[in-house]
Design a protein around this ligand. Structure first.
Ligand code: COA
Length: 166
């Protein structure tokens, strides 16, 4: 199993994943739900790649890199790393967001994918801890975080705020 950074060679598999991923599932947002392959190739993919080194983006925009989890030649999930915190991210979505293909959930991919993502995030983020946020009713994602060494750092009505020490 490996994580591959978003790229042009894997465009078809990445598009198939992105266009099916819901616009919002448990707080993981995807503005590209339903995008056509043509639009993905010409607009969305270059935009997603550019997020790692943003150009002409508003001040609040934090560099973000998309990775895909591959099991042999099958793309099974997406993992995103935001490179550093802002006040909004600190009390919001944190550093990492992820999802696994609906028909492949419950097979350990989320746990393994987060483990690989944390290894990369540890090299990128300047903060001492990796910040994560999860809906209180999202048991699967809470387990994925806990199995990767996360602890409960806070909560509000809707979310648990978890952190993984570097
Ligand atoms: C959260 C998500 C990434 C988990 O991925 P996954 O590949 O199914 O996770 P794993 O197979 O590693 O399972 C982790 C644990 O959750 C459990 N689990 C999986 N689906 C579950 C469900 N629907 N309800 C309760 N527990 C569940 C697994 O049994 C496992 O626990 P165990 O080790 O005690 O057996 C996946 O469900 C998903 O993509 N959800 C939609 C997007 C999302 O919620 N992203 C996270 C936002 S914080």
């Amino acid at each position: 199993m490996e994580l591959r950074k978003i790229n042009t060679e894997d465009a078809m598999a990445q598009w198939e994943y992105t266009t099916v991923l819901p616009a919002d599932e448990n707080g993981l947002t995807n503005p590209f739900h339903g995008v056509s392959y043509d639009e993905y190739i010409h607009r969305v993919l270059p935009e997603m790649i550019s997020y790692e080194h943003p150009v002409n983006m508003p001040d609040w925009f934090v560099p973000e890199t998309f990775y895909y989890l591959w099991d042999n030649d099958c793309l099974v999930g997406e993992f995103r790393i935001r490179h550093h915190l802002t006040e909004a991210l600190r009390s919001g979505g944190g550093h990492i967001g992820y999802s696994i293909r609906r028909d492949l959930r419950g097979k350990g991919y989320g746990t393994r994918g987060l483990e690989l993502t944390i290894r990369i995030a540890k090299q990128i983020v300047p903060e001492d801890e990796i910040y994560l946020r999860v809906n209180k009713d999202n048991i699967a994602s809470q387990k994925v975080m806990l199995k990767n060494g996360a602890y409960l750092a806070g909560e509000d009505e809707t979310y648990y705020f978890m952190r993984i020490p570097k």
